[in-house]
Design a binder for this molecule. Structure first.
Ligand code: NAD
Length: 289
């Protein structure tokens, strides 16, 4: 079984980006800028946000971090988003999820100028993805597609089974694979006979957040398996599939798999950097800044 090394590809993407950004910075007189908003101090979110800021700085993207207290009201958050929408020096805006319960996530995501919506979660970008038009593609599905392409995985005509239907991963992943001419089945928590469906997957993309649900009997021989899950078991980061208890049998059946860590995670960050840079270039070229 081949390991699809997302960490190595992400490193390559970051080094190319650093060169391109350096060139654009001298040509256009400013670096791309990503504004990141975190409400509250959830430890996992704090780590994600810190890593995003660090990754930006490493490739020359300016990161503008907004750490807001848990007590921040929806109106205060909307007011900050309005300021960032109107700030010509800001290219991308990212609101770290989840938000506290007193804030309506949809109201917030919809308030971001969709041209600056670096996560691709605004309904406008969702719609444009569904109609196969130019849009900002959510970072995790975009990173997965880049990894599959760099591994020369043939997608057109292949039966792709996506497990998970979240707005963040499962749904945009399914749309993206459709756009690449795959035949797509989406499974979720209410799916009947999950093993019957997963066994059809020539490409199986697992985004559940539950370790050990997938075993070797659920995998088609020769399948390409993408493990999106991030779970903590006994203090160790594990995927939904990669380091499951059945991994040695899975290794004998699948043709390739993404590891956890080192697979989809680094590709998600690389795609965030790519999205920020793409938005910057679009804005520079449309002379909006
Ligand atoms: P989510 O909780 O929003 O969605 C989980 C999905 O799994 C749901 O659609 C649900 O219907 C489905 N599901 C749950 N139990 C199921 C079952 N028994 N059978 C079939 N389907 C089932 O989570 P999400 O945001 O889509 O993330 C999924 C996983 O991917 C999580 O572990 C998350 O941490 C991880 N993730 C990783 C990255 C990365 O960069 N590596 C990025 C985003 C999310």
């Amino acid at each position: 079984m081949r390991i699809m090394n997302g960490a190595a590809l992400a490193k390559k993407i970051r080094s190319v980006l650093a060169i391109e950004i350096d060139f654009c910075k001298s040509k256009y007189g400013r670096a791309p800028k990503l504004s990141v908003i975190l409400v509250g101090n959830d430890p996992a979110s704090m780590t994600y946000v810190k890593n995003k800021g660090k990754s930006c700085n490493e490739v020359g993207i300016e990161s503008d971090m907004h750490y807001l207290p848990f007590s921040t009201s929806q109106e205060e958050l909307l007011s900050l988003i309005k300021t960032l929408n109107e700030d010509d020096s800001v290219d991308g805006i990212l609101v770290q999820l989840p938000l506290p319960k007193h804030i309506d996530k949809n109201v917030i995501l919809n308030a971001i100028d969709y041209h600056k919506d670096v996560d691709g979660l605004h309904p406008m970008n969702v719609g444009l993805l569904n109609t196969s038009e130019e849009c900002i593609i959510p970072c995790t599905p975009k990173g997965i597609l880049s990894l599959l392409k760099s591994e020369n995985v043939e997608i057109a005509g292949k039966h792709t089974v996506v497990i998970g239907r979240s707005n963040l991963v499962g749904k945009p992943m399914a749309q993206l694979m459709l756009r690449e001419n795959a035949s797509v089945t989406v499974c979720h928590s209410k799916t009947r006979d999950l093993p019957y469906l997963t066994r059809q997957g020539e490409i199986l993309i697992v985004a559940i957040g539950c370790p050990n649900l997938i075993n070797a009997d659920m995998i088609k021989p020769g399948a390409i398996v993408v493990d999106v899950g991030i779970n903590s078991v006994d203090g160790k980061m594990v995927g939904d599939v990669y380091n499951s208890i059945d991994v040695s049998s899975i290794e004998k059946k699948a043709a390739a798999i993404t590891p956890v860590p080192g697979g989809v995670g680094p590709m998600t960050i690389a795609s965030l950097l790519e999205n920020t840079f793409e938005i910057y270039k679009r804005r520079i070229h449309s002379a909006k800044c």
